[in-house]
Design a binder for this molecule. Sequence first.
Ligand code: COI
Length: 380
Amino acid sequence: LTTPPDIQPSRLEIVKNENPKSLPDPKSLVFGHTFTDHMLTIPWSSKSGWGQPKIQPYGPFSLQPSATVLHYAQTLFEGMKAYRDQNGKVTLFRPDMNMKRMNTSAQRLALPTFNGDALLELIKTLVKIDRHWIPQLPGYSLYVRPTMMGTQAALGVSAPNEALLFVICSPVGPYYAGGFKPVALHASTEWVRAFPGGTGGFKLGANYAPGVVPQLEVAKQGFAQNLWLHGPEHYLTEVGTMNLFVVFRKPDGTIELTTPPLDGMILPGVTRDSVVTLARGHASKSLPLTGLPEKFEINERAVTMPEVKAAAENGSLVEMFGAGTAAIICPVNKIGYLGEDVPVPTGDDDAGLGPVARVMLNEISGRQLGTIPSDWSVIV
Ligand code: COI
């Protein structure tokens, strides 16, 4: 018995797009609406393993109407960003984490796993080919979307024996239509996103579609997104497009940065991990960050909505922010909760970043752009 082949970058075939599009004005970009000239595809079958990788013009592909992805949502994805500096150097931010998480998602869906280094090598080639699409405005980047889906023509619910992995790229600015500004969230007591034993901790397409109706409902009241709660205690979990951070001032003046622990219901975000790692470095004094107080703690701990509301009332709530690849660091200015608006303090400049969010955004974007050297930034 031989093992079917893994992804083989050496077999890459490149078909250049002979009709490249003209580049958009970055200011006119709507998140995820514009795509570059090329995409990467890699077919898989249970018999022959991973097939020939191909970089070809961005465009439609054909699927059987019976393909499992169209019926049972056998699809998963990643989000990662590429940056280009003034000298033309192109980098990806912590792409190894995306490769690992994509394999974890594939395992959860009975889709094929793969060698993450091999896929990363192919993604680098794709990004290099479309590098001129990377906008160079602050906060702008090339959003890279690796995706995998079950393509077997079969209506039985089982592990597909055929799959397709593909990667597309989209030049992006701010995720939210309002630009780089604070967002209002609605704490959902009516709907849930995830539950113990469910798939909330995996990056599956199936986690996102059910959130759209709740989002449309709260949009009618002026909220950008739902804040997903869990249990009768109303534990904070995440937003669906971002992980969540809450900053408290303790009675002795210590600033406490908190985020809900990864309990299987929360997506293990790369930006979340970056914030936690930087905060730990500051708290332990191994990597002090300019702008953060000396009396500082980072705690991955359960936080409830009643705790947030009480802190807003007694003045010990410092700020809240979301963190995600698409949204980067995004301040929260208000939470709708049980028919009331809980006001959340924001910074007084246009972006509304509070004291911890501002430091984190600077530290993370510095590492993304390479102005702060770190091994998180990987040259393409
Ligand atoms: C990301 O932050 O990359 C996400 O996947 C969130 C979203 C655009 C679905």
